[in-house]
Design a protein around this ligand. Structure first.
Ligand code: FAD
Length: 255
């Protein structure tokens, strides 16, 4: 297991960043990659796995102070408060001073997916972070990674960190075959069928390794509830070994 990046998380510092978009690439019909860059990002305390930041979206007509620091942004909260959404650091390149964010372009427009749909080089992205990062348990007998497409950036980074010799099973729910992405190692891809327990049913039907699991799970809330219930109630895993995170809630904005 690669522990180099994990150690960095202990000295991560929360800061406000304002970085220009340098590239936009459509990965699949419903996923777009926005790369931001600039010399300031050399100081970004990258910790890998599911590390994330909070994006700040201000109304277009707001005049923001220069420099826009976290203290200055908070000082303006009584007049203007940004809409905030959380996104995973899909890739950080210290030499190039770049960060990739992968956005799901869901049909129910929200400020983040809407911004990503229209993003072009030169646009500015404001974000605060980074967060701490999940540290895979090196003593686990095997790892379970499961989620929907919003979890793909984190799953990709976690797989990279685990390396090829660690036993891992991966389940990802996406819209259809056009949304599958190349990942290191075998993945069970599931195509959405309108139910909340698709991931739970697929994990229930799978022939999984035995022993102490370290389960990292992320996606829509109802799906996480069903999956966690299965792992605890049916498979008998200890609750401390199962770590679900709600990344979004159907019919609700924000997170
Ligand atoms: C720690 C963390 C990391 C995350 N990392 C990523 C990431 O790297 N990439 C990513 O794409 N998302 C990621 N998410 C999820 C993302 O923050 C949410 O999907 C967010 O709600 C999108 O904001 P929005 O402004 O586009 O939509 P909102 O304004 O929040 O919601 C508008 C409507 O869209 C629906 N909706 C929201 N998200 C989805 C979705 N994915 N599919 C279908 N409908 C949806 C809502 O239910 C609501 O009805 C992460 C969330 C967390 C907590």
């Amino acid at each position: 297991m690669n522990t180099t990046v994990s150690r960095r998380s202990r000295r991560q510092q929360t800061k406000l960043w304002r970085a220009p978009v340098v590239r936009v690439a459509r990965l699949t019909p419903r996923m777009t990659r926005v790369t931001v860059g600039g010399p300031d990002l050399a100081d970004f305390a990258y910790a890998g796995t599911d590390q994330n930041v909070m994006l700040y979206f201000y109304p277009d007509d707001v005049e923001l102070p220069e420099p826009l620091t976290l203290a200055a942004a908070r000082g303006m909260w009584s007049q203007v408060r940004p809409l905030t959404r959380t996104y995973t650091v899909r890739r950080y390149d210290r030499d190039a001073c770049e960060i990739d964010f992968d956005f799901v372009l869901h049909s129910d427009a929200g400020p983040a997916s809407d911004w990503a749909k229209r993003a072009e080089p030169g646009d500015r992205l404001i974000f605060v972070g980074p967060s701490p990062a999940y540290q895979p348990d090196p003593t686990a007998d095997w790892h379970l990674l499961a989620g929907d497409e919003t979890a793909l950036p984190a799953i990709t980074a976690i797989l990279r960190e685990l390396g090829p010799d660690v036993p891992v099973r991966v389940f990802v729910e996406v819209e259809d075959a056009s949304e599958e992405q190349p990942l290191a190692g075998p993945v069970t891809w599931l195509h959405r069928d309108g139910t909340d327990d698709l991931l739970a049913r697929a994990v229930a039907a799978a022939d999984l390794p035995t022993g102490r699991v370290d389960a990292w799970l992320a996606g829509e809330r109802a799906s996480m509830v069903a999956l966690r219930r299965h792992l605890l109630a049916d498979r008998g895993h200890d609750r401390s070994r199962v770590r679900p995170t709600t990344y979004w809630r159907r019919g609700e904005t924000g997170n």
